[in-house]
Design a protein. Structure first.
Length: 181
């Protein structure tokens, strides 16, 4: 291998590939210099775990007690509350999508949305999720998908029903401190 294309047929494929690239690859130039940009390079199965670790680390850095989950139906116990953690990078539309909400054993869900140089966070009590998400916005169609729900394409500052539950990280921390008191 010389590191360059020498076969004319491979060259044709390379040109076609270059024209197709924009149909499949997002322009992530705004993420290139971001301290969070590396997250977008990880497989989706790792991104959720990274989000959990970011939330747990941030909460611990802010003085909240963070421990392992007491069962498999939530991710952590934060400030004494069984907590489900949802994570999203900002979409091209400017919002965030938080997925896989289920009616399981947790008291709150922390939704962290990361943009290249900013972050948004909401601390949503489970009863609020039951009023607006769980049972209302199915993530999948058909009988096999009736147990998962999502907050689809929330604007950067969240939907109206989310406003009092966070936005800026400092706002979310105030909510979390109030709920865990």
């Amino acid at each position: 291998m010389t590191g360059r294309i020498t076969d004319p047929d491979v060259e044709i494929l390379a040109v076609i590939s270059a024209t197709l690239r924009n149909d499949y690859v997002e322009d992530d130039s705004e993420w290139a210099q971001s301290p969070f940009g590396w997250i977008k390079t990880r497989p989706s199965r790792q991104v959720g775990k990274i989000g959990e670790q970011l939330v747990a680390g941030w909460c611990a850095a802010k003085g909240l007690d963070v421990t392992k989950a007491t069962d498999s139906e939530h991710d952590r116990v934060i400030g004494g509350l069984a907590t489900e953690i949802k994570f999203s990078t900002r979409w091209r539309s400017g919002g965030y999508t938080f997925q896989q909400f289920r009616d399981q054993h947790y008291e709150i869900a922390i939704c962290l949305g990361i943009a290249p140089f900013d972050a948004r966070c909401w601390v949503l009590p489970k009863d609020l999720l039951k009023r607006h998400v769980i049972g209302h916005t199915p993530q999948h169609t058909g009988s096999s998908g009736s147990d998962t729900f999502w907050i689809q394409s929330a604007p950067e500052d969240g939907f109206a029903w989310m406003k009092e539950w966070g936005g800026k990280l400092s706002d979310a921390l105030e909510v979390l401190n109030r709920l865990s008191a």
